[in-house]
Design a protein around this ligand. Structure first.
Ligand code: GLC
Length: 538
């Protein structure tokens, strides 16, 4: 791959998220593991991605499937051993790829030794490591804050007669990041993995890490709708995104920067103008505050185009953009916008300016799988059963082949497979030049071969109706991307410029090689990538 040497790997590369429970099982227990991931690294290399982010693999009671950690420096036996981890890291590096770990600093498991010590007595030296508060006079919670997973965010501890705060489950008590000892302990965790050679972290719920010092009540949300999670009843003005967070992130960045070429990614669900503050003063914050706009926006050409431009405009100088279209917390892209649009979405993700993050299985067009009531596992789904918020449908096993259990395992997997896995799987799609997988692979290859596409400049092309269009350019080479976000045909009119070039990649490969001159038509659900004639590049 001809990647531009002037850019760092996390700028010019492509990140792929592996949800370890669901990627590949190697020991026949129905749950994926580290040896399973190792056995599939050649596939990832073949696909062309350059960095693998693995969701938590640490010891955990699994109340929130690994996001409740009881030991930050170990490996859950379900996933393997530390030796397996070391092997994974070595094998990833051997293939010239990078490994990013999930870091969950906002909260621990209630079974973590820190919390057990903290809850043992009000005089515990670790009491202040968590957020403990007296009840109000009438015995009620210290304030009105709500848990993301439903109900109050405060849990009463009978033994020591105080409440503790948990933004998520009561099994996930929040650490007190105002305490310098907590900060140092977590920085040591980071160093433990960085010393091993891990290439960076995706930091869980970064915008939650510091809360208002006075713990003031959150205001009511006037726009709350009954179908939303109960958490949305309030605006989390005091429980998230506090100004002090930036100082903490800058310290995490310092820890990361003591090592060569490591990356710090932040999981942050905030509007663009607040999201970009996480790049930090003079870019001393997260390298990549995850940009979830393509997940949270309606799939509509006008709102997407204007948001891309808003984001481009809001980025601080030197701030590198990034795009995400799926993760383990959200419905899959195919289920959100439909199968027909999924290729258009892939083209958008992989041709916008900035680092793309792919979610495992999206490259096959995997759909959300309906989960029978007695198999629902996700606490978010179980706690709010009438709201349809379970994240299980997007976490089902990777579909590798037409074999039993899709080649993922040899026994009933922890979540069910869809009934179409014999058709929708890696082996079948590899052989089919029109498949989603073949499309992803060709798109990735072209992106990584062309500096204009992986690091080039972005310029919007003014369109109307259901079209999103823009150009990417570097060193005199220029591409134009035109995407039809509707099912109906439409025309790109040459209102503003006269385009001349050749289609080099298209959702329907039949179109490739076609000459483009001025206005041209697109089919419904079509996306094309045009290499513009040299004269157009200046
Ligand atoms: C993040 C994770 C999600 C988890 C939550 C609590 O949002 O992505 O899966 O449930 O944090 O740790």
């Amino acid at each position: 791959m001809k990647q531009d040497q002037n850019y760092l790997w996390w700028q010019s590369g492509i990140i792929y998220q592996v949800y370890p429970r669901s990627f590949q099982d190697s020991d026949g227990d129905g749950v994926g593991d580290l040896c399973g991931i190792i056995s599939r690294l050649d596939y990832l290399k073949w696909l062309g991605i350059t960095a693998v982010w693995v969701s938590p693999i640490y010891p955990s009671p699994m109340a929130d499937f690994g996001y409740d950690i009881s030991d930050y420096c170990g490996i859950h036996p379900l996933f393997g051993t530390m030796d397996d981890f070391d092997k994974l890291l070595k094998e990833v590096h051997k293939r010239d790829m990078k490994l990013i770990l999930d870091l969950v600093p906002n909260h621990t498991s209630h079974k973590h030794a820190w919390f057990e010590e903290s809850r043992s007595s009000k005089d515990s030296p670790k009491r202040d490591w968590y957020i403990w508060q007296d009840a109000q006079e009438d015995g009620s919670e210290p304030n009105n804050w709500l848990s993301v997973f439903g109900g109050s965010a405060w849990e009463w501890d009978k033994q020591t007669e105080q409440y503790y705060y948990h933004a998520f489950l009561k099994e996930q008590p929040d650490l007190n990041w105002r305490n310098p000892e907590v900060q140092q302990a977590m920085f040591d965790v980071m160093r433990f993995w960085l010393d091993k050679g891990v290439d960076g972290f995706r930091v869980d719920v970064m915008w939650h890490m510091i809360k208002d010092e006075k713990l003031r009540d959150n205001p009511a949300n006037p726009d709350y709708k009954a179908h939303q999670a109960t958490y949305e009843q309030l605006i989390p003005a005091y429980s998230t995104d506090q100004p002090e967070i930036h100082n903490i992130v800058a310290k995490m960045r310092e820890v990361t920067d003591a090592y060569e070429e490591r990356v710090l990614i932040g999981e942050i669900y905030l509007p663009v103008h607040r999201l970009v503050t996480y790049y930090g003063q003079n870019n001393n914050g997260a390298h990549l505050p995850f940009n979830f706009t393509l997940i949270t926006l309606d799939w509509d050409a006008r709102s997407i185009s204007s948001h891309v431009d808003e984001y481009e405009g809001a980025l601080p100088e030197g701030g590198w953009p990034n795009w995400v279209i799926g993760n383990h917390d959200q419905p899959r892209i195919t289920s959100r916008i439909g199968r027909e649009q999924a290729k258009v979405a892939a083209m958008l993700l992989l041709t916008l300016r900035g680092t793309p993050t792919l979610y495992y299985g999206d490259e096959l067009g995997m759909r959300d799988v309906p989960i029978p009531a007695d198999r629902i596992q996700d606490p978010q789904g179980l706690n709010m059963p009438d709201k349809d918020l379970s994240r299980d449908p997007a976490r089902t096993p990777m579909q590798w082949s037409e074999k039993d259990y899709a080649g993922f395992t040899t026994t009933e997997p922890w979540l069910p497979l869809p009934n179409n896995y014999q058709r929708v799987n890696v082996e079948v799609q590899k052989e089919d030049q029109y498949s989603m997988l073949s499309f992803y692979r060709r798109l990735i290859k072209l992106r990584q071969q062309e500096p204009a596409l992986h690091v080039g400049d972005y310029q919007p092309v003014i369109t109307s109706g259901p079209l999103v269009a823009y150009t990417r350019e570097k060193d005199g080479k220029k591409f134009m991307v035109v995407l039809n976000l509707s099912h109906k045909p439409c025309t790109l009119k040459e209102e503003h410029q006269h385009y001349t070039g050749k289609v080099v990649l298209a959702t329907d490969p039949e179109r490739e090689g076609e000459a483009v001159k001025g206005s041209f038509n697109l089919y419904g659900d079509e996306g094309i990538l045009v290499e513009l004639a040299k004269s157009m590049a200046y």
